[in-house]
Structure formats: C-alpha cells, structure tokens
Write a protein that binds this ligand. Sequence first.
Ligand code: ZN
Length: 578
Amino acid sequence: MNHDSYSGRLVSRLFLGGLLLLLLSDVCWAADANIVAFDVSPAFEGQNLVALDVTATLRADASGTTTFLLPDQDRGVSDLWKFVKDIKVDGAQSIIEDGPAKRIVKSAAGAALKLHYRIVSAFDHDPRERELDPYKPVLRPGWFWIFGEALFVYPDIAGASAQFHWNAPRGYPFASNLEHALGRPMAMNDLIQSVLVGGPDMRLFTRQIGDASLRVAMIGQYSFTDDDFVSWTSRIVEGERKFWGGHEGPFLVTLAASAGVPRGTNASGDGRGDAFAIETTPNIATRHLESLLAHEYFHTWNPARLGGMAQGAQEPSSYWFSEGFTDFYKRRLLLRMGVYSLADFVTDWNLALTEYAGSPVRLAPNSEIVTRPWDGNDMHDLPYLRGSIMAARWDHELRRKSRGRRGLDDVMLAMRADAARFGDKSPIAPELFVEMAKRFGLDVHADVENVIEQGKPALLPDNAFGPCITIATKPVPKFDPGFDLVATSRNGGTVVGLEPDGPAERAGMKEGMHIAIEGAPGNDSQKPLAYTYLKADGSEGRIVFKPEGREMTTLQQLVLAPNLSAEQRAQCSKSVAG
Ligand SMILES: [Zn+2]
C-alpha cells in the first residue's frame, strides 16, 4: 500500500510505506474455509448519520479461544480503537480485554459467533486543514469517509477470509472498492486495505473505460468542477491502461476536501489496491492532482506486476525503480495523453532536476536510502529523482542503439509479460529490468552499480529528449539556506542551526529569531529566499538572500527550442512522448 503526499509544492514529498499490494490476492478458498461475513450499515438520528454499525458472523477458532483485533495504529495514527464502541459477541462464554486493541473471546470450539460493534466519528465537525488524516474515521451528518483499517474488528484466525455486505436504505449514496468483490470471499488484507465513502453530500460518477468501470466519488468543493475532475481522471486512467494494454478491473477514486480556509496547500493520496483515496485542501491545483493521480495509478503495475520489490527492511533499495520509473512515466504519459503541454513537461522535469542538483544527499549511495529512508525529504525524494533521470538516460540509449526502433516502453512491457509468466519465481522488478534491458541490447550493470548503488551523479545525455529540447548543463553553487530549514519549520519558525557566516547570517538572520516560513524552496540555489520577522519595535522586517552554498554542483535543465510553430510543437511532443 502506498501513501504519497504533496505539501505546498509541485515536487512530491511522500511518506510511503510498503508499496506492495494492488491486486486482490489470488487465494484458493477451501470448501471449509472460515469466512467472516461482515455487514456494515449506517446508523441515523433523524436524517443525520451518527455511526456505522457492524456485525460479523464467523465460526470460533477450533481451540475455543478466538482473538479479535481492533483498529489500532497505522501510518502514524494511533489509538484507532477509541472509535470502536459497544462490542458484543453472541455465542461467547466470556470476553476478556487484552489491552485496548485486543479482545479474547472464549466459546465452544468452532461455535457460531456473531460480533456486533459501532464505529463513531473522530470529529464532531468537518475536519480542517491541520486535521486531515485519511486514517481517522469521519462520520458527518451528510457524509462519511473511512478506511478499512479504522472500520474492521476481525478475528486473528489463520486462513480466515472475509465477505462484505453494505446494508443501507435504498438510494443512500455509497462507494467502496469492497464492492468490487461483493458477494465473493476476499483476503482479510483486502478487506482492511479499503476505502468507504458515502452520504447525500457525496457525488458519485461512473465512466466505462474499455472493459472496466471507473468510479469517482467526490466530497467537498474545489477550484475545479466535478466534471473537470472526472474527465481528466478518466483520461489518466484510460491513458495508462492503454499504455499497458490488457484487461483491467474496476477502479475507484475518492476525493475529499478539508473545511475552512487553508493556510497552505496539502494533499495526501493513499493507494488502496483497486482504489485511490485523496484528502486535500480545497485550493489544490489541478496540476498537483493530475501529477499525483498519474503517479499513483502507474503503481497499479509498477512494481507489483513487474516482479515486485525487495522484501522487508530492504524495500527502499528498490525505490529507484518503483518510484523513479513511475515518475519518469508520469511525465511521459501525461504528455502523451495531452494532459501536459510540452511546456508543462519541461517545467516538471526542471523542478525535479533542480531538486536533484541542489540535494544535500545527491551523492548518497543506495544503501543510505535503505538505512535512513525517513531522514528528511531530501533522502526520501532521492530515489524518485535519480531513478527518473536514469530511466530517461536508458530510454535514450535503447533508442540510439536500435536506431529508434526500441525504447524503454518495450522493456517495460516485456517485463510485465515475463513477471506474469514466472509469477513468484520472477526476479524482483529492479533485477528483472537489468536482465530485460540486456535482452534488448543495453547493458545497464555499470550504471546501476555506479550511479544507483554508489551514488555517482545521474546526468542526462545532451539529446535525451530529441531535437526540440536541449539539455543545458552548468555548474551552480549547491543549495544551502545557511540555517536548518526543516528543524526551524518544525519549530514553528524559531531559527535553529544558523551557520556562522552562511547565506542567512550574512543577510541578517539570527539564531532564535522568529521567521515566517511559507512553501518549500525545492533545493533551488538560484532563487532568492525571503522571510519576514517581527522587529523589536513591532514593525515587520524582511530578510532576502540567495541560498548559495560554497560547494558547487551540476545543474541540468531542459530548454525548449524557441519560436516553434504549433505544428512543430505537436511533432516535438510526439517525438518526446513516444
Ligand atoms: Zn509512488
């Protein structure tokens, strides 16, 4: 499951967990398998939704002791059990609390049990910007939003599967990816990794794309219309399905906005297997959402259907492929679909190249991404940046060697075919890529070793994107604001980590001074930073400086040939997007 967040800037800043998942697990159900049948229904006071009532029927464990697990913690949210009320179990001899998130139920061995409980809201108001958290249940009079992680109490019985039923008055609006398996047993994990939204304040749209439906569920008001959101979501889903070919299952996108006037722009997206859930501030720009959706939907294939990733603690070692190639394709496919103009494509690439050039961890080896994956945004973003640059470089090499007949697209499609053929025996995606590139005539071993593993600079060749786009390469000072921007920001703006004689101090910043921080500079050493602060006499002071460090780095930027006619632009887009 993945969780990519954007916060006040175009370049993604994500907090991602295990990226695996995506497909409904391919499980064989033995005839005597223990199926836990969940039934969820809205509870009202008058017209107003006040809770969700859940029942689950199942057979007790053969030992006569069945452990039930309550919603607990996920992605930094803790104590989700607080929103579970009135647990009862019909058929139980006793129920013992084993900590707040566990119940031990004693009964006759294999007895028929019926579990009842109620889920209440984490909020008594529409959540505001600072409260956005997709894992917390929101039940409001006219709408609700809940993840399976917060909704389901389930028995810890090996091999138990789940069945889901929604039980509401006719016509009560509802959407969940659990409906994709309605009436069929599913793995308990698929039940848990779900999203459910509904209520009269939710708008639901359905589009048929090829042989599978896309549903879009929207809550809240935005700067764009529902129609616009549905139409470009459809375009992105259609464009990526077309790239991969083949048959797809139904997909659900849920979008909910925070209440009130936001101070910044925030959006967080969560992959839910066959759904994607986005919570955002209402002022989110179309461009952010397009980029987020195109990236996330590509994860339907990469890496799960291309061989998967390294397991456990080693997982981040695969991010250069799973995230970097996903970002490369996000840009390429948005251009191919016509969602990005050539200028948008150039802008998106240039932000990424600027962030990479100025990154303080630009030359960190891949092993540091594994051992320190959450060490700030720069370490987090590194595999996205490095991987996408190398994808562009290898695509160029593949085309050059084959005189334009083959490219990275062919390698990716061949990987998908191989991964499907060999299933669990397939090498993981980054290894399969190396193998497959070789079959297509490109040996990337040395690049992977030098650039990805050891951290040597990732650089684009001069003509990486065809004749209309040149790559300008020049030395620039490394990005260095001269104070600890991240810690100061976390501190609420009280300056810490001021570097003696650094750019900030030379401009008049002092340790302990209180400054207003807005937006993120994206590691751009050439763009001046400006901060306001309160002077002793109550007036507002302003500090402006270029965040140029003493060391140098290599900055590459895409430059679009000037004065292209519309026809030439179309031609260029085609040659760049393939
Ligand atoms: Zn991602």
